[in-house]
Design a protein around this ligand. Structure first.
Ligand SMILES: Cc1ncc(COP(=O)(O)O)c(C=O)c1O
Length: 374
């Protein structure tokens, strides 16, 4: 007789209503589905210069050790980051990308009934991870794509454990000034950890009024700063991010961290990339020049562009964003529609090389002619 087998379990009920992250479309997918070639991807805020040659060489060298587990504590990389940032190794935790750290923070700090205060147009992983923990995201309206820190403070209650601020924010690009962030850190209620996500720090550094979150960690403020090797360091494919905070916060994260959450190739590449300051400088310089050209070009087309300190701009096309996205795809340019952020007429465009940005501007001009105003 055939054994009776239990049915495959249903999708767990607590997953109902959770939204999931929508990554940018891959070049190969667009080529396959639309039959276009020579596709330009300006959809994932990647570094158009690629990784540092020193990082590539480090990966080659590390290949020989692939049969071994990586150093789960990432001791060498943490040490190098600590000395660069003038903190101790005990202040640094490494993540499998900074998204890993966002997830770890919500797992570590949000117990049943706890909440996290999050901007309504903030990086979507904040609310997705918080909502995966008992629906804990408490959304607060943002202003012109920047966090309204006063409103976020007002939204904290006795069960608030985390308050997320992306500075600059993705997908809007806008940012909060040092005095605003300092005022938040001075007044945040006891028991709330501020998560200051500085994924685009290297691009924003040096802008008058832009704060360095790590300086506040050194001062003992109640925050964790998140940064990444995915953007200015050009290592998005290897998944390495880091957090800087007090040893107590790092210890809490270490308690729930996957023991080998970063691989040996990622650690080796990140270490080498950290040492190649010239590569980062070139990328930041290119971004500054091309971002202002892109901004000006889009304004010349009559469009509204939010201020941005990142390696992307957020543009309101005044037309249905999904149709504009599609029309750009047909011309071989991938950008990011922002419907998931309740910005149905806006697009996020990553800053590419000069020729890539020229392609975008030409394709945008054509799409504006083809798609009717909303
Ligand atoms: C604000 C922000 N935080 C975190 C991340 C995730 O970066 P990572 O590749 O380090 O996971 C991104 C990536 O787009 C981002 O924009």
């Amino acid at each position: 007789m055939k054994p009776v087998r239990a049915a495959v379990p249903q999708r767990p009920a607590h997953l109902e209503g959770l939204d999931r992250y929508e990554p940018g479309m891959a070049i190969e997918q667009v080529e396959r589905e639309l039959g276009v070639t020579d596709v330009v991807k300006l959809a994932s805020n990647e570094n158009p210069l690629g990784a540092s040659p020193k990082a590539l060489a480090a990966v080659q060298n590390a290949l020989a050790g692939l049969s071994r587990y990586p150093d789960g504590t990432a001791l060498t990389l943490r040490g190098a980051l600590a000395s660069r940032l003038e903190v101790e190794s005990a202040n640094v935790v490494i993540g499998n990308g900074s998204t890993d750290l966002i997830d770890m923070l919500t797992r570590a700090y949000l117990g049943p009934g706890d909440n996290a205060v999050i901007g309504d147009k903030a990086f979507s992983r904040f609310r997705q991870c918080a909502n995966a923990r008992n629906g804990g995201a408490r959304l607060v309206a943002m202003r012109d794509g920047a966090h309204d820190l006063e409103a976020m403070l007002a939204a904290c209650d006795a069960r608030t454990r985390l308050l997320f601020v992306a500075n600059p924010n993705n997908p809007t690009g806008n940012w909060n000034r040092a005095e605003e962030v300092e005022s938040l850190l001075d007044r945040v209620p006891e028991g709330v950890l501020v998560v200051l996500d500085e994924a685009y720090y290297e691009y924003a550094e040096g802008e008058p009024g832009y704060p360095d979150g790590v300086a506040y960690v050194r001062d003992g403020a109640p925050l964790i700063v998140l940064r990444t090797f995915s953007k200015a360091y050009g290592l998005a494919g290897l998944r390495v991010g880091y957090g800087v905070a007090s040893p107590q916060v790092i210890d809490a994260l270490d308690t729930i961290r996957e023991p080998f959450n970063t691989g040996s190739l990622g650690q080796a590449a990140a270490l080498a990339a950290l040492g190649d300051r010239e590569h980062v400088r070139r990328g930041v310089e290119l971004n500054r020049h091309e971002r202002s050209r892109l901004d000006a070009g889009l304004r010349e087309l009559g469009l509204d562009v939010l201020p941005s300190l990142g390696n992307f701009v957020c543009v309101d096309t005044g037309r249905d964003g999904a149709s504009m996205f599609r029309r750009l795809l047909e011309q071989g340019v991938i950008v990011r529609p922002l419907r998931a952020y309740a910005m149905p007429t806006s697009l996020r465009v990553s800053v590419g090389t000069g020729p890539e940005n020229d392609r975008l501007l030409e394709a945008m001009a054509q799409a504006l002619r083809d798609v009717p105003r909303a």
